[in-house]
Design a protein around this ligand. Structure first.
Ligand code: SF4
Length: 365
């Protein structure tokens, strides 16, 4: 089975207080970071099944703070170690602070998909979020004509001070630009300051309205926070939700690989200094999961998808029916209207998606 690779680029010009990703404000010489990533690639024990790559995703941080040369060299290094002919999707994230010409260079380096962290088109909301300048007023058209075959836009909502009308305006502007994919992230307030979350009832109403507006415009919600035109789901993120194998490179990145039926998870310590010196020293094993723990985890991931979990396939893969994990809490979850199930599937309801953690903590009990 081909493997997926994630690379974390932890550099940002500013550190937004509500951001939960590992990021640092200093940008080292890109060749130093490239050298560290290549050293990490070389420390991976190569399993025969890892010789081919399914998807590649570069996230952050702000990946486009590193120049296209970094990515040209990186693709070359990956191509020397893996077979890239099976690569189905190569995504780079950007904050929108790149020009059309720069986007064209990233596409030429080897990416076919770009995810633009617009956050909001509304100047007032952008100010609240501390978002930088959007260099291209139409990032979708700019990215497509630069050579990307798939363009996603990421929005943030449920921010104190944002009205339902503001959000609908943002969604309509987004739909007008006709991206292939839309991610909608509800703001998670930071304890350390920054913008506050909106009232929970308004946030819930905003979620429902977003599903309605995007659905009416032809975007299928395929995961709690993700919507796509038919056939444009993120293949890389689907690997996570379908409990596939992936390797994460860079500080803070997580990996998850199945070896002889045991799921091994590890992460790289979020420490850029240590990573630049010796990437292998940052690796920390998180768990080795046998059948029951794997099944539990896979059920939580699978329930994030609107198609839900197919009970017979889950049973064949993990040796147990997903309902076994839900049975002790079934009455309560049904009464709260959080899940629905049939002989073939179990799924979250729309309310269940809003309160997904309520379901997930019970699966873990
Ligand atoms: S620019 Fe993006 S990745 Fe960087 S701190 Fe802000 S939200 Fe996080």
């Amino acid at each position: 089975m081909p493997i997926s690779i994630y690379l974390h680029i932890p550099f940002c010009k500013r550190l937004c207080p509500y951001c939960h990703f590992y990021r640092v404000p200093e940008i080292p010489d890109w060749s130093l970071y490239l050298g560290a990533v290549i050293r990490e690639l070389d420390t991976l024990e190569k399993e025969p099944a890892w010789e081919t790559i399914h998807t590649f995703y570069v996230g952050g941080g702000t990946p486009t703070l590193l120049p296209p040369e970094f990515y040209r060299s990186l693709f070359e290094a990956i191509g020397d170690r893996f077979d890239l002919t099976t690569l189905t999707e190569a995504t780079i994230e950007t904050d929108g602070g790149v020009s059309h010409e720069e986007l064209a260079e990233y596409a030429q380096a080897g990416f076919d998909r770009v995810s633009v962290g617009v956050k909001s088109f509304d100047p007032g909301i952008r100010e609240i979020l501390g978002a930088g300048e959007l260099l291209e007023p139409d990032p979708v058209d700019s990215a497509r004509s630069a050579g990307f075959s798939s363009v996603g836009l990421d929005l943030v909502y449920a921010i104190e001070g944002q009205s339902m009308g503001d959000l609908v305006g943002d969604l309509e502007r987004t739909v007008d630009l006709d991206p292939d994919h839309i991610s909608l992230y509800m703001l998670e307030e930071a304890k350390t300051g920054g913008p506050a979350e909106s009232d929970p009832d308004l946030a819930a109403a905003m979620f429902r309205e977003s599903v309605r507006v995007l659905g009416a415009a032809g975007y299928r919600q395929y995961e709690i926070t993700n919507f796509a035109r038919p056939g444009r789901d993120s293949l890389h993120n689907t690997v996570y939700w379908e409990d596939g194998d992936f390797i994460g490179l860079g500080p803070s990145a997580h990996s998850s690989i199945t070896l002889d039926g045991v799921r091994v998870r590890w992460r790289n310590r979020p420490d850029i200094e240590a990573y630049l010196k010796d990437p292998a020293s940052c690796r920390e094993e998180l768990s080795r999961e046998g059948a029951t723990d794997r099944a539990r985890e896979a059920l939580i991931l699978g329930l994030r998808m609107t198609k839900g979990v197919h009970r017979p396939s889950f049973g064949r893969r993990y040796g147990s029916d997903p309902m076994e994990f839900l049975k002790p809490h079934l009455g309560e979850l049904m009464e709260l209207g959080l899940i629905r199930f049939s002989a073939s599937h179990v799924r979250l309801t729309v309310r269940g998606m809003l309160l997904s953690n309520e379901v997930f903590v019970r699966i873990l009990e």
